[in-house]
Write a protein that binds this ligand. Structure first.
Ligand code: PLP
Length: 482
């Protein structure tokens, strides 16, 4: 690494990225390329001799950017946001620059210690009970994704119950979830060897706005107990992926406690907003949880990847995930003086991800972050109002955070036609390249999702997006009536 070469090249790269952000609105938000497009544009093998950065950047412009979907565009309203920010970006740069691999404390003490501190900061901002903070038996850890967070706590819970009940219980272990829970839990169960027939999916419906009913959970658990099965894990969601439903955590937590289930709360997206006092009540009940995750890389201005996980019993994770080969032995670990995050996660190697979260918290400050979430939620309210003002459309579930679930529902149309219309509308809108929205299905209804949360989005983008949707809808309705 030649420092002067780095300076020169990295300056050019920063200029390139800054230019990208300056022109981001000129690209189709959803990439419009066809599968396999890139094979035809790049050579079959790597160059034998070095090429220049200019040549590579030219190829990025001409060949790569057309195949990029612009998640940071202010006209991006699909799935959930995946924020970038100057602070997050600089944290990533610093992490890439130092390029440490902090699996054990001794491999870079600052990486472990900053992660513990920043996770305590964030835990306090969310007003998590002290049990989740590092001074007691618990603590926070940064995982790559919510999927990894859910997997590691499921493994910890599985091994904890098996230590108590005996290793032969695997076929009896039962996991509970709702039909709105993210598929990450199902994948985690597949990896953890949970028998597919013991994965209980409790149905939800519009009567609870797709939140899980405690009565139904208790019924399922007590039925399994009386059948000789071993209920051991329950995952609730604060802000489901389809519609931001919030499960009633406090009541569900009581049931989990009564039946000694490991209670996990997945708040991947909506947990971010809970640093605002007015949204914190959604998190009431977290006191009863064993673990809680929130993706700072979704809405919290922290560049991907940064998924925050807290546990009350860090030993459960360590029991499940630690290995201590000779080649990693060191005095600090042996003396049990330190946290070795390798024992809290699946891989050994780990990045210095706390830097970017630390930078986000320090360079923006809590007050600005709170304002940031409130602004997006206000923009979603604005969109909600626009939809409600058009009698051809309906809002399908009450908006809570910054997602609006809506659909085209002209009068005198049946459900089949409505589903067909909305499929067509989604395709038409996204094919314009002007905005990108996504969909879900709720109670058999094909629903469009408008998720506000890109850092550059302003009210004008939301209003213009609505115009695009209305225009494409009028074309579709025109064809239907002809
Ligand atoms: N949980 C919820 C509620 C989500 O909305 C998502 C993704 O949108 C996930 C989990 C999965 O997140 P990740 O990609 O970090 O695994």
């Amino acid at each position: 690494m030649d420092a002067e070469q780095l300076r020169e090249n990295a300056h050019k790269m920063v200029d390139f990225i800054a230019d990208y952000y300056q022109s981001i609105e000129s690209f189709p938000v959803l990439s419009q390329v066809q599968p396999g497009y890139l094979r035809e544009l790049v050579p079959d093998s790597a160059p034998h001799l070095p090429e220049s950065l200019e040549q590579v950047l030219q190829d990025v412009k001409e060949k790569i950017l057309p195949g990029v979907t612009h998640w940071q565009s202010p006209n991006y309203f699909a799935y959930y946001p995946s924020n970038s920010s100057i602070a997050g970006f600089m944290g990533e740069m610093l992490s890439a620059g130092l390029n440490i691999v902090g699996f054990s404390w001794n491999t870079s003490p600052a990486a472990t210690e900053l992660e513990m501190i920043v996770m305590d900061w964030l835990g306090r901002l969310l007003n998590l009970p002290d049990d989740f903070l590092s001074k007691g038996q618990g603590g926070g850890v940064i995982q790559g994704t919510a999927s990894e967070a859910i997997l590691v706590v499921l493994l910890a819970a599985r091994d904890k119950v098996q230590t108590k009940m005996g290793k032969r219980t695997l076929e009896k272990l039962v996991v509970y979830t709702s039909d709105q829970t993210h598929s990450a839990l199902k994948k985690a169960c597949q990896i953890a060897g949970i028998f597919p027939e013991n994965f209980r999916v409790i149905e939800t419906d519009a009567s609870t706005n797709y939140a899980l009913s405690p009565g139904m959970l208790e019924e399922a658990v007590s039925h399994d107990v009386s059948s000789g099965l071993v209920p051991f894990f329950f995952c609730a969601t604060l802000g489901t992926t389809s519609s931001t439903a919030v499960d009633p955590l406090a009541t569900l937590g009581e049931i989990a406690k009564k039946y000694e289930l490991w209670f996990h709360i997945d708040a991947a997206y909506a947990g971010c907003a809970c640093i605002c006092p007015e949204y914190r009540p959604y998190l009431d009940g977290v006191e009863e949880a064993d673990s809680f995750n929130m993706n700072a890389h979704k809405w919290f201005l922290t560049n991907f990847d940064c998924s925050a996980l807290w546990v009350k019993d860090r030993n459960a994770l360590i029991q499940s995930l630690s290995t201590n080969p000779e080649y990693l032995e060191n005095k600090a670990s042996q003396a049990n003086l330190v946290v070795d995050y390798k024992d809290w996660q699946i891989p050994l190697g780990r990045r210095f991800r706390s830097l970017k979260l630390w930078m986000v918290l320090r360079l923006y400050g809590v007050a600005n972050l709170q304002q940031y979430f409130r602004n997006h939620i206000d923009l979603a309210k604005h969109f909600d109002g626009l939809v409600r003002g058009d009698s051809n459309f309906e809002v399908v579930t009450p908006r809570i955070f910054s997602l609006v679930c809506f659909r085209l529902a002209p009068q005198n149309s049946d459900e089949d036609l409505r589903n067909q219309l909305n499929r067509g509308l989604l395709d038409a809108v996204n094919s314009t390249g002007k905005i990108f929205i996504s969909h879900t299905v709720l109670s058999g209804k094909y629903v469009l999702r408008f998720a506000v949360g890109a850092p550059l989005t302003e009210e004008r983008h939301v209003s213009e997006a609505w115009e695009v949707i209305q225009l494409e809808a009028s074309v579709i309705l025109g064809k239907v009536s002809n």
